[in-house]
Design a protein around this ligand. Structure first.
Ligand SMILES: [Cu+2]
Length: 88
């Protein structure tokens, strides 16, 4: 399964990024789709694969819940409500 569209009313655009280490430099690379095997869970973490919420419509604050809709290339969508946490 490939999740190839990620959207939310909270921001103008959401990009899927992968974090990589290039020597001593940390880089973020845009990924076109999140590929998952059947029953595989995606792990999104700071410093790994993550979602970039670009140009928020309103400020996003600790304690907010941000609904994000994921669309699969083969059809179907699902929504996840993310709790906004403090930076670690
Ligand atoms: Cu990023």
């Amino acid at each position: 399964m490939a999740i190839n569209r990620i959207e939310s009313d909270c921001c103008t655009r959401i990009a899927l990024h992968e974090t990589t280490l290039d020597g001593d430099r940390v880089r973020m690379t845009r990924t076109e789709a999140l590929e998952l095997a059947p029953l595989e869970a995606a792990v999104l973490t700071p410093g790994g694969a993550h979602l970039m919420l670009i140009a928020p419509i309103e400020p996003i604050r600790h304690g907010d819940v941000v609904p994000i809709e994921f669309s699969c290339a083969g059809g179907g969508t699902f929504r996840v409500d993310f709790d906004v946490m403090k930076n670690r």
